[in-house]
Design a protein around this ligand. Structure first.
Ligand SMILES: [Zn+2]
Length: 250
């Protein structure tokens, strides 16, 4: 169990909207940006900013304080292929009466661009830098969970069955340039592989959904996705899924 702590300077910088967003973040599966081990216990929020964007990250209380860290003026927000710390949830979810294989990626650290704001003080609006970047890559802004969004060419999810760091199932999601959008473990429900094999694709949703705590509860997962979609905080695309032959040597 983790408890999130934000210092007064962090609260003042983020303003009410930023604080509300920060409170929605799931720290499950998150790692400390300083020591790179799993977050647990008291977690401090660190905000890096240069007046153009803010990058919200999390550290152990023992590793550093909750503070605002200035960035160089020319610093750009990290792009998705930089390897954000992400949670990935696989599920087979109802879309208007059809059960579709779904992957939901949620970044643990968040990067937000300032939107039309100048000078110090709380920003009027925060634009999620990962979502902006994916929209530029052809992802669709999702408003409801009914139909699969259009497929985007050259994005692919490669399943590495039984080849994760601890022998679990792994997943690699690659963008058209071969950048690793996601590389890590994934828990596949038993119906997921047959569904993905049937379609040859899965729906990749990216946003702030809070699914890590809802794994195994498909109805609650659809509801959480719907809520994120209605808030304009969910993008999605169909991506091709490649499944290597099962590892018979294991
Ligand atoms: Zn740490």
């Amino acid at each position: 169990m983790t408890e999130l702590h934000m210092s007064p300077e962090v609260r003042a910088l983020l303003g009410p909207e930023g604080l509300a967003r920060a409170a929605e973040v799931s720290l499950v599966d998150g790692t400390c940006v300083y020591c790179r081990t799993r977050l647990e216990g008291t977690v401090n929020m660190v905000v890096r900013t240069n007046g153009t964007f803010v990058h919200v990250v999390y550290v152990h209380a023992a590793c550093g304080p909750s503070e605002v860290v200035p960035l160089p003026a020319d610093h750009q927000p990290p792009v998705p292929a930089n390897g954000y710390d992400m949670t990935m949830t696989a599920a087979v979810l109802d879309h208007g009466g059809t059960n579709l294989p779904v992957l939901v990626a949620e970044t643990v650290a968040k990067a937000y661009a300032f939107d039309g704001s100048s000078g110090p003080g709380p920003m009027p609006e925060l634009t999620n830098a990962v979502i902006s970047s994916l929209l530029g890559d052809g992802f669709t802004l999702i408003s409801r969970i009914r139909q699969a969004p259009p497929q985007i060419p050259e994005w692919v999810g490669v399943l590495l069955l039984g080849h994760g760091p601890a022998g679990e199932d792994g997943l690699l999601v690659l963008d058209p340039e071969g950048g690793k959008f996601y590389a890590g473990s994934v828990e596949l429900p038993s119906s997921w592989l047959p569904a993905a094999a049937h379609y040859g694709w899965a729906v990749l949703y990216v946003g702030d959904v809070g699914l890590a705590e809802l794994r195994g509860d498909d109805k609650a997962a659809v509801k959480a996705l719907r809520t994120a979609a209605q808030a304009g905080r969910l993008v999605g695309a169909r991506i091709a899924i490649g499944t290597p032959a099962p590892n018979t040597a294991a």
